[in-house]
Design a protein around this ligand. Structure first.
Ligand code: GTP
Ligand code: GTP
Ligand code: MG
Ligand code: MG
Lengths: 286, 279
């Protein structure tokens, strides 16, 4: 268990009277393994640990801080530096567009967000912009019923852009409009074009990238592709109720510079939480 | 000439990075690496061969051994099994279970087998409707009840239906579930007890990184996996999860999903996988 090996190396540092080069090399290797096991992007892991190594050797521990606390503080600092802390979601009138790879939890998260905003006293409307997945409209309609929020959709119509256009006109009075889009990946040019057209026609104020905590090395490259097309403004990491560490989120944030807005911790409508960086990082490092 | 330890370590580190970038789990990379090191240490290299070539070849062999577990001959299993053959599809949320079932029905129909599908995901919004849409397109019988109904009862009905009408294959779709959720895992174990499947297929996401190991191990522990399907390889995923799963539970990958259409199901080929992992 890698969290354990990292803790053991940190114990060695605690016992050492000063931090020597070899001990640092050893801890860097352990941090690399911990981050790689958490699915953080390989290039990012190498870059982060190089920086941790440099700082551990060059910086003096703060007064009263042990060598071990010094190194932990640096690792933590570097990770928070990438994550950039959490951000609040706006409660003003705005349009949100949800994008992401297949099966990440976009549609389910829309159900959760609808309930979240409704509880704040806001009027919410949802547009069923996924014209590809069988019964995508039906799935959203059922979630809308649970959240007591209207869904605009045109089952059978394969033109997502026209549905979004008409949906937005119908929902002008809503405070929050959320647009569901189909899963897609960067190699499907026609779907990337569709996503870009939905963005252009909706002028969505927020473009949230929904990403599954279990996604591995593809998190970075895919996030980059989505970012290049619609400029991501926030990341939602789902399925953190499983065992995945969510390192893909770190890669996605570092590539889009968009902070994590929410995390999904289950399949029910209430399973949505604000992102808490310290908790996330300590779980990541095991 | 004898192998220089420092050079060996640096060549192995380069190969390690390649495997990590292909989503092979760290625990699997560690085991393969240690096995490799113990085989290589003290070995002498023939003149004219570079250290890189020798190590890369040894690594590829180590990986082929993991991947080439008794391959699962799906067509043969279907042809030779008693009737109806009952297949149950399991896995965590969103990995492609429902879509994979549709692809397999399509393949079975092309080979002139008759099928019955059981809609045993009675929890998720739109799950039954999604399967009904596929069933209508494929012209296959879907056994279903309302949302919230008992999955075990539906599976039982589907098997009875298949027996009565001499159908060849029963395919049971189950709800996605987290392997860390004890209640859902025991619900799945109960479904297995009632439906008595002949084959249990784990559907994993090729986009998954290290968690693929944990998922496969927990599902193997709970109900036992006969073979796996790895979906979404077309999302440019290298699919190292295939290696992680095969290594973790010693079960074969029988198909990979390469798209959302019914035709997008390919037989798993270890050589093809090896090329992907190293490019
Ligand atoms: N355990 C758990 N399951 C989740 C979470 N979020 C979504 N899911 C489940 O993940 C599966 C996929 O969710 P969807 O909302 O259909 O995903 P999607 O991104 O809309 O999928 P596509 O539209 O096909 O790309 C469903 O079984 C959801 O119930 C979460 O935070 N935890
Ligand atoms: N690109 C691609 N997409 C796939 C593949 N297999 C499934 N999908 C997509 O992944 C999404 C989820 O597929 P489902 O079949 O609903 O997954 P599931 O495992 O049944 O999901 P739950 O029942 O919610 O746990 C859908 O949008 C599918 O079209 C594949 O091989 N390639
Ligand atoms: Mg969806
Ligand atoms: Mg399903």
């Amino acid at each position: 268990n890698l969290g354990e090996s990292l803790r053991n190396t940190l114990k060695k540092i605690a016992k050492a009277s000063h931090i020597d080069k070899n001990l640092i090399k050893e801890i860097v290797r352990d941090i690399q393994r911990a981050l790689l096991s958490a699915d953080v992007n390989v290039k990012l892991v190498l870059k982060l640990t190089k920086e941790v190594e440099r700082r551990a050797l060059e910086e003096k521990p703060l007064a009263g801080m042990s060598g071990r606390e010094h190194v932990i503080r640096i690792i933590y600092d570097e990770l928070v530096g990438v994550l950039g802390g959490a951000r609040e979601v706006s409660l003003k009138k705005h349009v949100i567009m949800m994008v992401g790879l297949y099966g990440q939890g976009k549609t389910t998260t829309i159900g959760k967000l609808s309930k979240f905003f409704s509880k704040k006293g806001l009027q919410v409307g949802v547009i069923a912009g996924d014209v590809h997945r069988p019964a995508a409209y039906e799935q959203l309609a059922q979630l809308g019923e649970q959240a007591k929020v209207p869904i605009y959709g045109e089952p059978g119509n394969k033109d997502a852009v026209s549905i979004v256009e008409r949906g937005l006109k119908k929902m002008l009075k809503k405070d929050i409009v959320i647009i569901d889009t189909s899963g897609r990946h960067s190699l499907e040019q026609d779907l990337i074009d569709e996503m870009e057209n939905i963005y252009k026609v909706s002028k969505a104020d927020e473009r949230f990238l929904v990403i599954d905590a279990a996604v591995g090395q593809q998190a970075g490259p895919q996030a980059k592709a989505f970012h290049e097309t619609v400029h991501i403004t926030g990341v939602i990491m789902t399925k953190l109720d499983g065992t995945a560490k969510g390192g893909g989120a770190i890669s996605a944030v570092s590539v889009t510079k968009a902070p994590i807005v929410f995390i999904g911790i289950g399949e029910h409508m209430d399973d949505l939480e604000m992102f808490d960086p310290p908790r996330f990082i300590s779980r990541l490092l095991g | 000439k004898k192998i220089n330890k420092k050079k060996l370590d640096s060549v192995i580190w380069e190969l390690e990075i390649a495997l990590y970038e292909s989503d092979v789990a760290t625990s699997v990379v560690e085991e393969i690496k240690n096995k490799l090191k113990s085989e290589i240490e003290g070995v002498r290299i023939r003149r004219g061969l570079s250290l890189e070539k020798v190590i890369t070849r040894a690594l590829k062999n180590a990986i082929s051994n993991v991947l080439a577990i008794d391959p699962y001959d799906f067509d043969r299993v279907i042809a030779e099994s008693k009737r109806p053959i009952i297949m149950m599809f399991v896995g965590v949320n969103g990995t492609g279970k429902t879509t994979s079932i549709a692809k397999i029905v399509h393949r079975l129909h092309k080979n002139n087998y008759s099928c019955v599908v059981a809609a045993c995901d009675t929890f998720r919004a739109g799950a039954i409707e999604q399967l009904q849409k596929h069933a209508d397109k494929l012209n296959v019988k879907l056994v279903k009840q309302g949302a919230g109904a008992d999955p075990a009862a539906i599976a039982f009905d589907a098997v009875e239906h298949a027996r009565a009408r001499n159908k060849d294959v029963v395919l049971i779709d189950t709800a996605g579930r987290m392997h860390s959720n004890a209640n859902l895992m025991s619900e799945m174990a109960k479904l297995k007890r009632v439906a008595k499947p002949d084959v249990i297929i784990f559907v994993g996401d090729a986009l998954a990184g290290n968690d693929a190991v944990e998922q496969a191990m927990k599902f193997e522990e709970c109900v036992g996996i006969d073979a796996a399907i790895l979906s979404k390889i077309d999302a440019d995923a290298k699919g190292g999860a295939a290696l992680s799963i095969a290594h973790a539970v010693g079960k074969p990958i029988m198909f990979v999903g390469v798209g959302q259409e019914y035709k997008d199901l390919q037989e798993f080929n270890p050589h093809w996988m090896l090329k992907r992992l190293f490019n």
